[in-house]
Design a protein around this ligand. Structure first.
Ligand SMILES: Nc1ncnc2c1ncn2[C@@H]1O[C@H](COP(=O)(O)OP(=O)(O)OP(=O)(O)O)[C@@H](O)[C@H]1O
Length: 264
């Protein structure tokens, strides 16, 4: 993998979440994520993947247990730094702003020099291949391009930890594949840690260095799978026996919530 897994970045320590409605969304979640990893939360709809991700962003708090990022509570870290960025399934762009101004917006809200913001935004747009569209408005973009803008907006903050909640779920397969390749490329170049929510087994195996498989509600971790496939990953890898083995392994854990196993 691209990042060397040396330092613990995210920790879930016996985390449970009960909503005020009485829904137990997560039950005794316990695992750690090392710096530089690409980790997917894989699980069926409603198993608490988004809730777990939102906790890492400080947007939700555990009922019991503790979530830390770099040894701090996410809320504290978000207050003090731009280390955490979030990409949602919906690109959430402001229609009246240009592509460039959408990417600039979070920086603008934090204050500082417009010139520097613009340079940072242009660099981020270049990373996602959209520099030539900086003056376009969201209505002029395809779904994949809008998602690229959303990713650029997150990257502009130069986050240490990029949180992505099913960012490609609404896209067609071809666009999804090219964005997966671009994301892996950026992850390797920028040496970030990525936490990615999906219910797509193929996507999880293709992208991840580690898959946290979650079982149906209340969400529990049914297994941690270390995906020992080399980076950079090529699309052709999807037809290899080793890839299929990981898909079968993850699917098996999804279905049965079985114990931790690893491929040799
Ligand atoms: N604010 C809330 N109040 C009450 N219940 C909630 C709230 N947010 C989520 N839930 C419930 O908690 C459970 C987990 O939801 P969550 O969105 O985390 O699951 P998920 O695995 O991300 O689902 P999906 O893949 O469908 O997006 C669900 O049963 C959901 O209805």
């Amino acid at each position: 993998m691209a990042g060397t897994a040396e330092k613990r970045l995210v920790a879930f320590e016996h985390v449970s979440k009960m909503f005020s409605t009485g829904t137990l969304a997560l039950s005794d979640i316990h695992f750690t994520i090392q710096e530089g990893e690409f980790v997917s939360f894989l699980g069926p709809s409603g198993c608490g993947k988004s809730t777990a991700l939102r906790m890492v962003a400080g947007l939700a708090v555990p009922t019991t247990g503790l979530v830390t990022v770099n040894g701090k509570t996410p809320k504290q870290l978000v207050r003090e730094s731009n280390d955490i960025a979030f990409v949602f399934q919906d690109a959430n762009l402001l229609p009246w702003r240009t592509v460039l101004d959408n990417v600039v917006l979070p920086m603008e809200l934090r204050g500082g020099s417009r010139k520097e913001h613009k340079e940072t935004a242009l660099h981020a747009l270049e990373m996602v291949g959209l520099k030539d569209h900086m003056k376009a408005h969201p209505r002029q973009l395809s779904g994949g391009m809008k998602m690229r803008v959303s990713i650029a907006r997150a990257l502009a903050a130069k986050p240490k930890l990029l949180l992505m909640d099913e960012p490609f779920a609404a896209l067609d397969e071809i666009t999804r594949q090219s964005l997966q390749m671009e994301l892996l490329d950026i992850w390797q170049k920028e040496k970030m840690t990525v936490l990615f929510v999906t219910h797509n087994v193929y996507e999880a195996v293709f992208l991840s260095s580690k898959i946290v498989v979650m079982s149906a509600r209340p969400g529990r971790v049914s297994s941690n799978i270390d995906v020992d496939l080399p980076y950079p990953r090529e699309l052709g890898m999807r037809t290899t026996p080793k890839f299929s083995e990981y898909v079968d392994l993850a699917s098996g854990h999804l279905e049965h919530g079985a114990d931790r196993r690893e491929l040799g």
